[in-house]
Design a protein around this ligand. Sequence first.
Ligand code: NAD
Ligand code: UGA
Length: 439
Amino acid sequence: MNITVIGTGYVGLVTGTCLAEVGNDVLCLDVDTAKIAMLNDGRIPIYEPGLEQIAARNVAAGRLRFTSDQREAVRFGAVQFIAVGTPPGEDGSADLQYVLAAARNIGRHMDSRTIVVNKSTVPVGTADAVDAVIREELARRGADVDFAVVSNPEFLKEGAAVEDFMRPDRVIIGADDPQAIACLRSIYSAFVRNHDRLMVMDTRSAELTKYASNAMLATRISFMNELANLADKVGADIERVRVGIGSDPRIGFDFLYAGCGYGGSCFPKDVRALLRTAGDNGVRLGVLEAVDDANEAQKRLLLDKIKARFGNDLKGRRFAMWGLAFKANTNDMRAATSRVVIKGLFDAGARVVGYDPVAMPEARRLFRNDDRLSLADSAMDALRGADALVIVTEWKEFRSPNHAMVRELLRHPVIFDGRNLYDPESVRGYGLEYIGIGR
Ligand code: NAD
Ligand code: UGA
């Protein structure tokens, strides 16, 4: 099948590549011409395990192409996936300008029946808005072309995006057009091991399912983070509590890790966008308001702990930071806790030496070579002469360092472990002071 994917970010590029991998002819469109030039040069603009190899072999096979020519892209696909960003607007609502621009562009150029599939995370009612924009464009052109709009939210996680797309837990199709539903079933048949994993519902339920899913996961994390703060005070270990409650199958083990707050391009923005939708409809989601507040506080917790240990005035101090990305296996620093901690340390007069296996170019771009942040060549190099170590991201390579060497390189042997990577007793055995989250 000929498929167009609009937007070549984390979702669009993974979607396009995986659809090509199962035999479709895919044309990916982006308005960012630098990104398209890079892709056409064989370079992948994001770090996502496995993506580069799969993209390369599909490009070589002629099934995966990239363009910034809007007309060519829209005329290519019988199915058009919209996978552009929906960043937070000033009031917390999802900014739909990119989705609606993509829809307008489809209406402007399409010349045969088209199925428009919305993969971006969008507020309830957006499928109707996309439909209206396309209709408006067609009327303006005086064109009579048939189309259907489908809501198909994406649930992939960064760092495991290819794996999640190739083997999804579920695929949600929000649609009422039988031909569009049949077409999407056929496209996804390569990915869903059995058809129970593909669920068809109305567009509004599909749109709300996406936000409900992220909000539920964020709720679990904030709940555990608050419990961790209690565990800290009462002398319990949140890691033991996690295992203790996770073994109840009604609770399960996933997404119960306490830490220095959730970040990324999705949980923070989607929680706020859902709160906004609720507010606009006169409904108060009190639990979710608390989830957001708790996370804001949690992102500052490491700073509070650093100040409790070293004092509020950190002038002249230098902290080593392991991990800059919002989570492991990605170079994404959108809403990353590292940014809050770095800024807080700067404000208190300190300097930071950061290390991250893949996010350092992104850190360089974001901090625009602010000389209070320097970047080290290795995790151990970051420690040389630093007052203490602050761990913000759960990268595998931080899991079993040479603790004796850590102790030797730090001026004060203190580890602030924002991801509870170590067993406190064993770290203390090396003469290191260990300050984790909730233990
Ligand atoms: P992104 O910012 O990485 O990429 C979006 C891309 O769209 C950019 O390259 C941008 O140049 C391009 N674009 C913007 N307007 C365009 C237009 N009119 N035509 C063509 N291209 C255009 O975004 P992302 O992280 O891939 O997220 C995309 C959507 O998917 C968001 O709604 C997000 O909430 C949702 N989502 C993201 C993830 C994730 O893990 N990142 C997972 C599930 C869902
Ligand atoms: C999240 C969801 O997991 C995906 O299903 C969804 O598609 C995506 O958002 C989206 O809508 O964009 P992602 O943001 O890539 O995916 O990463 P997660 O693995 O969910 O982690 C989010 C944040 O929560 C990270 O900062 C992570 O460190 C934190 N986290 C995660 C915890 O603090 N504790 C946990 O137990 C799990």
